[in-house]
Design a binder for this molecule. Structure first.
Ligand SMILES: [Fe+2]
Length: 231
């Protein structure tokens, strides 16, 4: 993706979130120059990959296959083995009509998606087989505490206010219908480097063509701009 496209998506999504009364934390608005002066007090943001995360999944066509994410909080996956500490994560997503996040499941992460406002969020689901294919078995999920069973590959629609809880190992693909949706994600700790199984191989993070300076850094930009002095 071109940096100019990423910058424009950031500004546009930020305005959409604000219009829905959803405000981001201060670090969202730090400039690359701000990042270059930060010390190790901000290490948690870097280690947990908090912040802006905009991807076209390598498609080259963000409007068709892409996702806007801002990670608000995330625990250390090592906490799972310890059985304590911060075990959770929260993200906010902006999903456009017919903009697809491709089929994937998580080996470990359990996640809830909440339609916080806007259009409808459509979610298509398959159980996975032991060899990570699509199972032909019915899918059972919890939609706001109500158990729902769908046929394999079935879809359900979440209207504003509705949410779904996805267990680990469940293939999901989603997009918006009618208009842009503000989506909340509340989950077990998130590790995008080891816990995503995409049905078809995709690039989770985009290759960035630097055609203009970053407005704000993506979570994958931190190593290039953030160099805290060793104490
Ligand atoms: Fe997911």
């Amino acid at each position: 993706m071109k940096r100019s496209e990423i910058n424009a998506i950031m500004a546009d999504a930020d305005a959409f979130m604000k219009a829905h009364g959803f405000n981001l934390p201060p670090f969202a608005y730090w400039t690359p120059e701000d990042w270059s002066t930060r010390g190790d007090e901000v290490q948690e943001i870097v280690d947990r990959q908090l912040g802006w995360d905009i991807t076209d999944f390598g498609s080259g066509d963000y409007a068709r296959v892409g996702l806007f994410i801002f990670t608000l909080r995330n625990g250390d996956p090592a906490n799972l083995a310890k059985g304590g500490g911060k075990l959770y994560a929260e993200k906010v997503l902006v999903v456009d009509p017919d903009q697809v996040t491709p089929f994937h499941f998580h080996w470990r992460k359990v996640e809830d998606f909440i339609n916080r406002g806007g259009g409808k969020l459509v979610m298509q689901l398959y159980n996975s087989t032991p060899d990570e294919g699509f199972a032909d078995t019915p899918v059972t999920v919890s939609v706001d505490g109500v158990r729902r069973t769908l046929p394999a590959g079935g879809s359900l629609v979440l209207n504003p206010g509705e949410s779904i809880s996805l267990p680990s190992g469940l293939y999901h693909k989603f997009w918006a219908a009618e208009s842009r949706v503000l989506v909340g994600e509340v989950s077990l700790v998130n590790d995008d480097n080891t816990d995503n199984r995409f049905y078809e191989p995709v690039g989770r993070f985009p290759e960035v063509v630097e055609d203009e300076p970053p407005l704000h850094l993506l979570c994958t930009d931190y190593p290039r701009y953030y160099h805290p002095a060793k104490s």
